[in-house]
Ligand binder design. Structure first.
Ligand code: ATP
Ligand code: MG
Ligand code: MG
Ligand code: MG
Length: 475
C-alpha cells in the first residue's frame, strides 16, 4: 500500500531530519541506564539523563523509532490486548525531541504540519487535548493553528484510573515529567466511545495517536516537583495507530504488518477467521517475546524473565484454545523477521536463538498445559464467581500457570481470581521452603542457548544463572 508501515516509519524520520533533527537508533527493551524501570515503555527512556541534565549529547534535536513494551511496571497494557483496537504489549513509538532547544510552539506546529500537510489527514477528524492549566498550549492550537475551541479539550490528572485521559505525563513514579497535549483521531460515529474527558472515553472511537510532552520537572520520591535545568520536548506517536488511520482501517490489527502476522498464525493454527481474538493476541505476543529475547531476556521465574514467560504462556494458551497441540509459536519468528528485519537488523541476526528459546519454552509448558486446563475447568465448575487463591496457587505451583494467565482465562468466563489469597498461598510456600532450607536450582533452557547470549549485566541473565527458591514453585 501507499502508506505501508515501512514507508510511514521512513516518512517520519525524513520529516524531522528536514527540521534539523539527528536520527538516532532505537534503544533495547531493557533499559541500560535505569535499574528502577523494568522495560523501555516510551521513546524518552534512553534520553532520561539528558533531560535531567546529567548527560550531554552532540545534538539538541533528535528523532527516532523506539521499540517499546508495556507489560509491567507503571505502564502495563497486557490485559488490554485482545480487548481494545489500539493496545499492544510491544509497539513502536515515533518520537521527536528537543533538549533545551525548541519548545511548545514548534513542537505543535511541526506535528500539525506532518499530519495534515505531509500525510494529509482530514483536519475535521482531529481533536486535541491540553493540560487543564496550560493556557499557552490552548492558545497555540486555537490562535496559531486555527483549531476551533470546541475541538480543544482541557484535561487534568487521572488519579490512577486505567486508560482515563491524563495530560500530565510521567515515565514512572519518579523522574522527568510534565504537562502534555495530545492529538486524537475520530474513527467515526459507527464506533462506540466518546471524546477524551467524557464518561465513555475508554471506547475506541476517538483514538489517541500522538502525545507531545513538555518536559519541565523531575518528580522526587516524596512526590515534589523540581524544575529541570532546561525545558524539553518529548513526543511519542504509536506507529500502529497512525498506520491504521492512514490505511483507513479502525483496528491496529487490520494494518499490513499485523495482517501478515495474523495470516501466518491462522495457517499455523488452522483458524480461518482472521478476526479471531486469539490470533490477534498471538500476533501481538510474538513481537513482544521475540524482541525481549533479542534484547537479552530469557524465560525465567523472576523479574523480566518472568514477564517474558508469562507472555509466552498466554500466547500458548490461545493456541491451545484454537485446538493446537504441537509447538507452533516459534514458527512465527521467520515471518516477523521478514516484516521487521529491515527496521531492526538485530532480529534476523538473532533469529535462530529466538526460535530455539521459544521452542524450548513451548516444549516445557506443553508438559502441563493440557492437564492444567482440565484442572481449571474442574475448579471453575465447583467455584462461585471467584476462584480461590489456593486453587490459583495450585495451577501455578503444579501446572506452571502464572496467576495472570489464570485470571485471563477466568475473565473470559466471567470469573475472577482472589489475588490476595493467591499471594498468601505463595508466601506460605516460600516460608515453608525457607524453613526446610531447601535450595533447588534449575534453568529452563539448554545451557548452550544461555551461553550464546552475551552477558551484558542485564538482570535477565543474572536471574537465569541464579534461579533460587522460587524455582521450586514452578513445574
Ligand atoms: P492510551 O490512553 O490509548 O492508553 P497512552 O496515553 O497510555 O495511550 P502515551 O503514554 O501517551 O499513551 O504514549 C504515547 C503514544 O504511544 C500514544 O499516543 C499511542 O499512540 C501510543 N501507545 C501507547 N500505548 C500503546 C499501546 N499499548 N499499544 C500501541 N500504541 C500505544
Ligand atoms: Mg495507556
Ligand atoms: Mg491516553
Ligand atoms: Mg497519552
Amino acid at each position: 500500500p501507499k502508506f505501508s508501515t515501512r514507508q510511514i516509519r521512513q516518512d517520519f524520520l525524513d520529516f524531522f531530519n528536514s527540521k534539523g533533527h539527528t536520527i538516532v537508533p532505537s534503544a533495547p527493551l531493557v533499559p541500560g541506564n535505569d535499574p528502577t524501570l523494568l522495560f523501555t515503555n516510551s521513546g524518552m527512556v534512553q534520553f532520561k539523563d539528558v533531560f535531567l541534565g546529567a548527560e550531554k549529547r552532540s545534538y539538541v534535536r533528535a528523532a527516532d523509532v523506539q521499540r517499546c513494551l508495556r507489560a509491567g511496571g507503571k505502564h502495563n497494557d497486557l490485559d488490554s490486548v485482545g480487548y481494545t483496537a489500539r493496545h499492544h504489549t510491544f509497539f513502536e513509538m515515533l518520537g521527536n525531541w528537543s533538549f533545551g532547544d525548541y519548545f511548545k510552539k514548534d513542537a505543535i506546529a511541526w506535528a500539525w504540519e506532518l499530519l495534515t500537510e505531509v500525510w494529509k489527514l482530514p483536519k475535521d477528524r482531529l481533536l486535541v487535548t491540553v493540560y487543564h492549566t496550560d493556557d499557552e498550549a490552548f492558545e497555540l492550537w486555537n490562535k496559531v493553528i486555527g483549531i476551533p475551541a470546541e475541538r480543544i479539550v482541557r484535561i487534568g490528572d487521572n488519579k490512577g484510573a486505567p486508560f482515563a485521559s491524563d495530560n500530565f505525563w510521567q515515565m514512572a513514579d519518579t523522574g522527568p515529567c510534565g504537562p502534555c497535549t495530545e492529538i486524537f483521531f475520530d474513527h467515526g460515529d459507527h464506533i462506540a466511545g466518546g471524546p477524551p474527558g467524557s464518561p465513555d472515553e475508554d471506547g475506541d472511537r476517538f483514538i489517541e495517536i500522538w502525545n507531545l510532552v513538555f518536559m519541565q520537572f523531575d518528580r522526587q520520591a516524596d512526590g515534589s516537583l523540581i524544575p529541570l535545568p532546561a525545558p524539553c520536548v518529548d513526543t511519542g506517536m504509536g506507529l500502529e495507530r497512525l498506520t491504521a488511520v492512514l490505511q483507513h482501517v479502525h483496528s491496529n490489527y487490520e494494518i499490513d504488518l499485523f495482517q501478515a502476522l495474523i495470516k501466518k498464525a491462522s495457517e499455523l493454527t488452522g483458524t480461518a477467521d482472521l478476526e479471531n481474538k486469539s490470533l490477534r493476541v498471538i500476533a501481538d505476543h510474538i513481537r513482544a517475546c521475540s524482541f525481549l529475547i533479542v534484547d537479552g531476556v530469557l524465560p525465567s521465574n523472576e523479574g523480566r524473565g518472568y514477564v517474558l514467560r508469562r507472555i509466552i504462556r498466554r500466547a500458548l494458551r490461545h493456541g491451545w484454545m484454537l485446538g493446537v497441540r504441537q509447538s507452533f509459536f516459534h514458527k512465527m519468528v521467520g515471518t516477523l523477521s521478514d516484516l521487521m528485519g529491515d527496521a531492526y537488523p538485530e532480529l534476523p541476526a538473532a533469529r535462530d536463538l529466538v526460535e530455539r528459546a521459544l521452542k524450548a519454552e513451548e516444549e516445557r509448558f506443553a508438559e502441563t498445559l493440557d492437564a492444567g486446563m482440565r484442572i481449571f475447568d474442574d475448579i471453575a465448575g465447583r467455584s462461585g464467581i471467584v476462584i480461590a487463591g489456593t486453587d490459583a496457587f495450585r495451577l501455578y505451583d503444579t501446572y506452571g500457570f502464572p496467576v495472570d494467565l489464570t485470571a485471563d482465562i477466568a475473565r473470559e468466563r466471567g470469573l475472577s481470581v482472589d489475588m490476595e489469597g493467591f499471594e498468601a498461598a505463595m508466601e506460605e510456600q516460600k516460608r515453608r521452603a525457607r524453613e526446610a532450607g531447601k535450595f533447588a536450582s534449575s534453568t529452563s533452557l539448554p545451557a548452550d542457548l544461555v551461553a550464546q547470549l552475551k552477558p551484558t549485566g542485564f538482570l535477565g541473565y543474572e536471574q537465569l544463572a541464579s534461579e533460587g527458591l522460587s524455582v521450586v514453585a514452578l513445574l
